[in-house]
Design a protein around this ligand. Structure first.
Ligand SMILES: Nc1ncnc2c1ncn2[C@@H]1O[C@H](COP(=O)(O)OP(=O)(O)O)[C@@H](O)[C@H]1O
Ligand SMILES: [Mg+2]
Length: 395
């Protein structure tokens, strides 16, 4: 397709994007100059089913955060789908420019993504290919979800990697990172697969990269990091059950973060000492007593429990990474079965390593990454032996 070419009552202006099966163009109505649309044109036979799928799905949904479709013509050569044109930029462009987005703004954007998705899920559909490229931000800040149509029409095979730009350009491992573990296994997934992608997108907005997922994220309210953690759980049933559940968890996290700062500033503005001096002395004495009791009893016991939980988790991880005798080697399921490690109960670095191994097996199985992880495993073993050696534990 070329600029200037006519399609029905539109004239093509500029190419906005190009995928394996089609091209997306900004176009102008020939009978109404200054009125723009986006036209997705199928350039390969598979593209037609995708346009049809997108048209059907978009027809069922009418929501301010979901792209509005205008018309479909599958009989024309080439077939095309006309949609509203969004003047703005994609979340990908925004991330390439700003790298990180502050938590308040990131939550605001994802909130809109979830609102759009809510409408899609409500009509029994799912997006299946959510990623920053498919989240457009209009100039007034409104988010629009685009690029539906991967639905049931075209199932991407496991390990499918999207090519971006020209078809002979480098393969960009982009989609991979947002795809839920069940989708990478070639299963169709359900609405919770979209919520997984939302977790990865939130992570990327907050820390500047999609992969690897490292939690907690620096400079982000702890509770918001936990929202990411829950959303990207390997098992769908550990994720949020719905868009609304995830949205309200995000809002609670932000409210809590906001509340703690406002409580702080409120007390720092308080003048004078409102209670009698004896009361403060008593409180100080109780505090000292409490610390002493913790120190002799609870503290060491807690430290030992922590060491033991870490040791246990370490052994479970090693077993999960080993093939059993005569057993087929299925680390992903072994890792999934590994009891969820609460990062407060075990050594933080070990919890991170487990996350990374899980990530590796559900996503990027390249040998380079595996070697790096094995090296990390080895170094961590040394550190754990040093740190917990005093409890007689060997890692
Ligand atoms: N309605 C639209 N308005 C403006 N830009 C759009 C629109 N639809 C798509 N684009 C741009 O074109 C790119 C590719 O479109 P998309 O529908 O995602 O197709 P593809 O299957 O090629 O990924 C998007 O990332 C976005 O930048
Ligand atoms: Mg796209």
């Amino acid at each position: 397709m070329n600029a200037g070419q006519r399609i029905a009552g539109y004239s093509l202006l500029e190419k906005l994007g190009e995928g394996g099966f089609g091209e997306v163009w900004k176009a102008e109505r020939t009978d109404a100059p200054g009125q723009f649309v986006a036209i997705k044109i199928a350039t390969a036979p598979e593209g037609v089913a995708m346009l049809q799928e997108a048209w059907t799905l978009l027809g069922r949904v009418s929501h301010p955060n979901v792209l509005q479709a205008v018309s479909l013509d599958t009989a024309s050569v080439p077939p095309y789908l006309v949609t509203e044109f969004i003047q703005g930029e994609s979340l990908r462009t925004r991330l390439s420019r700003d790298r990180r987005i502050d938590p308040g703004a990131a939550v605001g954007l994802l909130d809109q993504v979830l609102a759009g998705l809510h409408a899609v899920h409500g009509s029994g559909d799912m997006h299946r290919d959510l990623k920053p490229e498919n989240v457009l931000i209009r100039e007034d800040g409104t988010v629009k979800l685009v690029d539906f149509g991967l639905g049931r029409a075209v199932q991407k095979p496991p390990g499918w990697i999207e090519r971006s730009g020209s078809t002979d350009g480098p393969a960009v491992v982009g989609t991979y990172h947002y795809m839920s573990p069940e989708q990478t296994k070639g299963q169709p997934g359900d609405h919770r697969s979209d919520l997984y992608a939302c977790g990865v997108i939130l992570h990327e907005m907050l820390c500047g990269h999609a992969y690897p997922i490292k939690l907690p994220i620096d400079g982000v309210p702890a509770r918001l990091s936990r929202v990411v953690e829950k959303a990207v759980s390997v098992r769908p049933r550990k994720r949020y059950p719905s868009t609304t559940a995830m949205a309200s968890a995000m809002r609670d996290a932000m409210r809590e973060a906001g509340a703690s700062t406002s409580i702080e500033s409120a007390s720092s503005h308080r003048r004078g000492w409102p209670l009698r001096r004896e009361v403060y002395l008593l409180m100080a004495a109780l505090l000292v007593l409490g610390v002493a009791v913790w120190y002799v009893g609870y503290g060491p016991r807690r430290a030992r429990q922590h060491a033991e939980a870490t040791h246990h988790a370490w052994q479970e991880l090693q077993t999960a990474l080993q093939p059993g005798p005569g057993q087929a080697f299925h680390p992903p399921s072994a890792l999934e079965n590994l009891r969820l490690i609460d990062s407060e109960d075990v050594d933080q670095r070990l919890a991170e390593l487990i996350q990374e191994w899980r990530w590796y097996y559900s996503h990027a199985r390249d040998p380079g990454a595996e070697n790096a992880l094995q090296e990390k495993d080895r170094r961590l073993r040394e550190k754990l032996n040093e740190k917990y050696g005093e409890y007689g534990l060997r890692f």
